[in-house]
Design a protein around this ligand. Structure first.
Ligand code: IPE
Ligand code: IPE
Ligand code: MG
Length: 251
């Protein structure tokens, strides 16, 4: 992934987004909730385009949580349908724009049709490098951590891994977003100020930004406002402000 730090030192390399507020957006218009989800797809297109043009190398979008199965069956099936149709429609253009798609989450509950489309799109876009786009579907941060732990336990049981070798770096290698820098910026729209079981491990030092905009209203200007806010944050990673001011070289 190209480092953009020289030209735009304050641009995040990896943005994660909890795209919340579609249902309320529709309800405000006295329309059924799926109407809001469809409007949300437009905002997804917008933020992908913005990341590509600004040179942000990775974008991780929370599209469906492991808890969202608890919604009314009709809403869940319309979301699955929308996901399938949007993916079919957008995949070729995304690929032409240099987007590499990856899906994170447990695929075991999806239809065979959706699972195979997801696999195909991942394969087709594998060598693209301009934007790493990760879509979290049936994703939960706790699921991710437990899946990594199980992975490591298997390796130990098979004798290919010594428990002494398990440190944070090795653990991170077994997690969904292995190989990508951790998100620098998390944006949550819709006014709620919670993580809702999104990337629990990966958000350890992420800057959090909450917007009252409902997701379908989150446009370029709203994204720019989030980036401007991010640019003003002082990321200390445990150090003091004074240490940072006296130069990155001193430790
Ligand atoms: C986010 O919007 C999209 C999904 C969770 C799939 P919501 O559907 O949660 O919208 P609100 O929060 O009810 O407005
Ligand atoms: C979080 O939104 C999940 C997604 C945006 C996909 P929710 O609307 O499901 O979150 P809660 O339940 O209000 O915390
Ligand atoms: Mg919501």
């Amino acid at each position: 992934m190209a480092a953009s730090s020289e030209h735009a030192p304050r641009l995040p390399q990896h943005v994660a987004v909890v795209m919340d507020g579609n249902g309320r957006w529709a309800e405000q218009r006295r329309r059924p909730r799926p109407f809001g989800h469809r409007a949300g797809v437009k905002a997804v297109r917008g933020i992908i385009g913005a990341c590509v043009s600004k040179g942000i190398g990775a974008l991780t979008l929370f599209a469906f949580s492991s808890e969202n199965w608890s919604r009314p069956r009709s809403e869940v099936s319309s979301l699955m349908d929308l996901f399938l149709r949007s993916l079919r429609r957008e995949a070729a253009e995304l690929s032409a724009n240099g987007v590499r798609l990856r899906f994170i989450g447990d695929r075991s509950r999806f239809s065979q049709e959706l699972v195979s489309l997801m696999g195909d799109v991942e394969q087709q876009t594998l060598s693209n490098e301009r934007l790493h786009l990760n879509i979290a579907v049936n994703y939960g941060g706790r699921w991710d951590i437990v899946a990594a732990a199980r992975d490591l336990a298997f390796a130990v049981a098979q004798g290919t891994l010594d428990p002494e070798q398990i440190d944070q770096d090795r653990f991170a290698l077994s997690m969904s977003l292995a190989g990508l820098p951790e998100p620098d910026l998390l944006i949550r729209t819709g006014g709620e100020r919670r993580i809702s079981n999104f990337l629990l491990w990966q958000l350890a030092y992420t800057e959090l930004y909450f917007s009252n905009a409902l997701w379908p209203d989150f446009d370029d200007a709203a994204f720019d406002a989030a980036l401007t806010d991010f640019a003003q944050r002082e990321r200390r990673f445990g150090k003091t402000g004074k240490q940072l001011q006296s130069g990155a070289a001193s430790s």
